[in-house]
Design a protein around this ligand. Structure first.
Ligand code: NAP
Length: 243
């Protein structure tokens, strides 16, 4: 089977590292992004320069018609989609739940959970038997992220439930569905929360005494998609330095 992967939110961070690693393993990759076309095109250029196949595609994965267009474009370019990484995730300025407005809460749930649901549903409608999905959750699903992002933590816990439930349904077709829960990874996302140095602040609380790199999360995602993880489904794997 030709392996064709969609990685959502792949212009930067964990998604970009995953797209590049998948390409080195022979996957044709769709690099989805929201607005940073130059960064997405740079990921594609790096893959193509190394002899791989990639396509950049703008789509807001919280919108149903965009998700359909994303799958259409990938299929048109490379053939049936066999692998999906639901990597998109957003968070906003750190605050207590009591100070959060409902617009923010709904935006986080929509971008993080509805997008995952829409992409999983589209994948289940189109993917051949034997395909694989990885949902990028967070350590926050276990901790609840008090004083920072309880909305984000709730969205990630919802993704974990979706992963569990869908994995049992998809097993009938030998489609595996797993989750990864990164801890503190060096990417832009912490600046979105208002604290670019968050990983450094929290380093003393991490048993391995350092933040993680996007490439380390990508390795786990790519392993879960691969046939090497052929008996793994419905699993939620922490990539969090021991936290
Ligand atoms: P990031 O560096 O902030 O990158 C976010 C990516 O998502 C970008 O490619 C962005 O596109 C894209 N995006 C945002 N909204 C989108 C939408 N509606 N439709 C399509 N694409 C959208 O993120 P990251 O830190 O690599 O995180 C990746 C995943 O890991 C997220 O789910 C995050 O929650 C999870 N995670 C991260 C950490 C960490 O410490 N970094 C820890 C736990 C979990 P543009 O570039 O076009 O804006």
């Amino acid at each position: 089977m030709n392996r064709v992967a969609i990685v959502t939110g792949a212009s930067r961070g964990i998604g970009a590292a995953t797209a590049k690693l998948l390409a080195t393993k022979g996957y044709a990759v769709c690099v989805n992004y929201l607005s940073r076309s130059e960064q997405a095109e740079a990921v594609v250029a790096e893959i193509v320069a190394s002899g791989g196949q990639a396509l950049a595609f703008q789509a807001d994965v919280g919108r149903e018609q965009d998700v359909v267009a994303l799958f259409d474009a990938t299929e048109h370019a490379f053939g049936p989609v066999t692998d999906l990484v639901n990597n998109v995730g957003v968070l906003f300025t750190q605050c207590r739940l009591v100070d959060m407005d409902v617009e923010r809460f709904n935006r986080v749930m929509h971008t993080n959970v509805t997008s995952c649901f829409l992409c999983c549903r589209e994948a289940m409608r189109r993917m051949p038997d034997g395909s694989a999905i990885v949902n990028v959750s967070s350590l926050a699903a276990r901790t609840g992220s008090p004083f920072e992002y309880t909305d984000y933590a709730a969205s990630k816990a919802a993704m974990d439930a979706l992963t569990k439930g869908l994995s049992a349904e998809a097993a009938e077709r030998n489609i595996r569905v797993n989750g990864v829960r990164p801890g503190f990874i060096h990417t832009d996302i912490h600046a979105d929360g208002g604290e670019p140095g968050r990983v450094e602040r929290l380093t003393p609380s991490i048993p391995l005494k350092r933040g993680g790199h996007p490439e380390e999360v990508a390795e786990t995602i790519v392993w879960l998609l691969s046939d090497k993880a052929s008996y793994v489904t419905g699993s939620l794997l922490d990539v969090a330095g021991g936290r």
